[in-house]
Design a protein around this ligand. Structure first.
Ligand SMILES: [Zn+2]
Length: 282
């Protein structure tokens, strides 16, 4: 197993730098997604431009992190402010990629799983920013994430611990359908019980995408951790701002947190669960 790994100990700093730089480049793309998808704009055309003066940003002024710092958060042409979010998303993506990479190396997981982990980390990041600002989780982010999960399973069945391409694809598809289906039920029952949308369809599709990429356990943990973290945050906000529960906070960022925690700690979480079951002899 070790021999199949191209990571010599001495070269690890190089790989970490590479992964960080890769993360910032993906983060740069996520900025485009966060800005354009909720606005209904195309991701491909027009090329990156300043929203104020329409100046087309040349590649040398579009370098992740560095350009924003050099231009001090301003457009190079008209000096309009470029929000700190652009810098933050690039930095965050670079940083969040590092422990994911480290975990895959540490446990000697099949390398193609990185595509799924990085892809879903990106989904989590866009979900935080888009859901906080626009209260939606767009199909244009969850759709590609579902496709990524299915394609990765079909192409690299080892990521599903099986040898057959078809079997891995079937597992991924089944997990997509079951996790999305179960959450649909919750959404429908919740809407009837509370007479308002307790769980949006964006959340349902998000969980279906997590099912396709991380399996049922991953989807289940994402919902559980998201609901727990969301409830705690909701209670704190209610006490703090004395708002009622109707002005509630979006669920997406908490689901995103659950997803990222699962990607990093799935083995530890399963181990903890098994220890609890054994201890109480459930
Ligand atoms: Zn400008």
């Amino acid at each position: 197993m070790t021999s199949a790994y191209p990571f010599l100990p001495g070269l690890m700093p190089f790989w970490y730098v590479t992964v960080f730089v890769l993360g910032t480049c993906f983060g740069s793309f996520l900025n485009v997604v966060i800005y354009r998808v909720p606005a209904g704009l195309s991701l491909l055309t027009p090329p990156s431009h300043c929203p104020v003066c329409k100046y087309e940003i040349p590649w040398y002024r579009n370098i992740p992190l560095i350009s924003w710092l050099l231009l001090r958060g301003k457009c190079g042409n008209c000096a309009a402010r470029i929000p700190a979010r652009y810098f933050l998303v690039e930095l965050l993506t670079g940083i969040l990629f590092l422990p994911v990479f480290s975990k895959v190396i540490f446990y000697h997981e099949p390398l193609p799983v990185l595509a799924v982990y990085f892809g879903l980390t990106m989904l989590a990041i866009t979900t935080v920013f888009i859901d906080l600002e626009c209260r939606i989780i767009p199909d244009k982010t969850t759709g590609p994430a579902m496709v990524l999960g299915l394609v990765a399973a079909a192409a690299f069945p080892a990521t599903w611990h099986c040898g057959s391409h078809w079997l891995a694809l079937a597992q991924s598809l089944l997990c997509l359908i079951v996790s999305g289906g179960l959450l649909s039920l919750f959404a429908i029952i919740g809407a009837k019980l509370f007479r308002r949308e307790a769980l949006g369809w964006g959340d349902v599709k998000y969980i279906a995408a997590i099912g396709a990429g991380l399996g049922l356990k991953g989807a289940y943990f994402t919902v559980l951790a998201g609901a727990l973290a969301g409830s705690v945050a909701g209670i704190i906000i209610m006490i703090w701002k004395k708002k009622d529960f109707k002005s509630s906070i979006p669920f997406g960022p908490f689901l995103a947190l659950g997803t990222y925690l699962w990607i990093l700690f799935d083995r530890k979480i399963i181990g903890f669960y098994e220890a609890v079951v054994k201890h109480f002899q459930l």
